[in-house]
Design a protein around this ligand. Structure first.
Ligand code: SF4
Length: 111
C-alpha cells in the first residue's frame, strides 16, 4: 500500500474497494511514491496551473506499467476526479458523455 500522502488516485474512497484487487496493480504504479497533489488539483487552481500539473501527471502515466488497469478502473467506477490511467477528468467526462449518446442512439434505433 502506498504511504499516506503519496499519489494514490482514488485514495479518498479507498476503504470501499476490495483491498487486495486494488493493491495488486497499484503496487506497481509509477505514481506510488509521488505526491497526490500532482494527480488532483485544488479548487483555486488556475487553468494554466491545471494544464501544467495534468501534463506532468500524464507524463508519469506514460511510463506506468499498470496504466491499462488504472484506466479501466477509473472508467468502470467511475472516478470523477484526478488523473487516472493517462486520462484527465475532462477526458473521462467526454468519454462517458459519448458513451451515453451512443447508448441513447442505439436505443432510439431499436424502438
Ligand atoms: S496510470 Fe498514472 S495514475 Fe494510474 S497508477 Fe499509473 S501513474 Fe498512477
Amino acid at each position: 500500500m502506498p504511504k499516506r500522502g503519496t499519489a494514490m488516485p482514488g485514495g479518498r474512497s479507498n476503504s470501499a474497494r476490495p483491498a487486495k484487487a486494488w493493491t495488486q496493480w497499484h503496487d506497481q504504479a509509477a505514481c506510488s511514491e509521488l505526491s497526490s497533489r500532482l494527480f488532483y488539483g485544488h479548487e483555486s487552481e488556475s487553468a494554466a496551473e491545471r494544464a501544467t500539473r495534468e501534463a506532468t501527471a500524464l507524463a508519469v502515466c506514460e511510463t506506468c506499467p499498470v496504466r491499462t488497469q488504472c484506466r479501466k478502473h477509473a472508467m468502470n467506477l467511475p472516478e470523477m476526479y484526478g488523473v487516472w490511467g493517462g486520462t484527465t477528468e475532462a477526458h473521462r467526462k467526454g468519454t462517458r458523455r459519448w458513451s451515453r449518446a451512443q447508448q441513447y442512439d442505439g436505443a432510439r434505433r431499436a424502438s
